[in-house]
Ligand binder design. Sequence first.
Ligand code: ADP
Length: 397
Amino acid sequence: MKILVLNCGSSSLKYQLIDMDTTDVLAVGLCERIGIDGRLKHEPEGKPEYVSEAPLPDHDVAVKAVMDALLDKDHGVISDISEIGGVGHRVVHGGESFAKSVIITPEVKAAIEDCCSLAPLHNPANLIGINACEKLMPGVPQVAVFDTAFHQTMPAKAYMYALPYEMYEKHKIRRYGFHGTSHKYVSLKCAELMGKAPEDIKIITCHLGNGGSLAAVDKGKCVDTTMGLTPLAGIIMGTRCGDIDPAIVKFLMDSEGLTIDEVDNMMNKQSGVLGLSGVSSDFRDLGAAAEEGNKRAQIALDAFHYRVAKFIGEYLVALNGADAIVFTAGLGENSGSSRQAICDYLTFLGIKLDPEKNSQRGKAQCISTEDSPIKVFVIPTNEELMIAQDTNKLING
Ligand code: ADP
């Protein structure tokens, strides 16, 4: 069976068509600038890349353009739409309603709608994608896979904020966590690489990309994570500040004369390693600048590594020890120097990286030494495959 995986943003749509018999990716693509002008980039397996600049006024047209690209006689990869057995949608926020992926029904759509206030930039776009697929592929099962679902196993002591309890009851203000599909994928893969059942091990997963989060996974279940009500919380990120003293918001409004929206924008888009360094939100640029002696770039990198290491320390407490630490996503998979800098804080535990293995890229493997009591892994994440697998499982019982 072939599964189409869709990740709809407000002006973009990423897709992959995956053959579940082989897990081969038959095509991967991206529609950008939806509602502005439009651009589609389609990369079929074994065929040349195809780019179209035809207008994409809305998501219906974008989904139709994806279908046309998949079916095209030159750059297509299927000959009939009926070859698509199901569509898996990445949905950012499932609130407390979804601890697992689900087949989309009118009730599920209503519940996703209810979560729009918790993810106003993402959930409405996800719903638009779902509606567009229902229109263009009637009868094809659609599945929602939530970024928040994996974290729903957290206990109340981990997800409650110390605000008046009514704020939780009235507005569902609590820690939700994100990147759940990635944390789940790499924790399962880690268990597989260790030759253990997920139920028998404790893992700390570090998803370090432009956005980033850590999760503490006990016996296959998430017990804590760094992101919160929104993806602004936790570690320092590319442009997001992560955890800060909440009183800074009012202080900034008073001292800089900013509105609440301007402060929100500053914390989301002008902070993180970009704000600290003044150089870039991209860790590659930061590394290069730091090497050339840029002090602020070095401070940004040091602060980032320190904060990640401190959360690992927190999660060692939450889990009462751990069997493995996993690095994944853009930086986690590719930067040996960042992995080393983070693990340098953990030598008191006997954790040691193998320099040769730590310098390799793109391979799922253990990068710690034989005698390291807590194993360290690099595992390339694959959220699309996880979404396709959940979709396949739900459709085929
Ligand atoms: P997201 O999905 O959150 O946009 P990714 O997981 O794709 O992010 O990660 C992107 C980030 O990974 C980039 O901003 C870059 O900083 C970092 N990155 C990628 N490759 C490297 C590398 N070789 N060295 C250091 N950082 C890297």
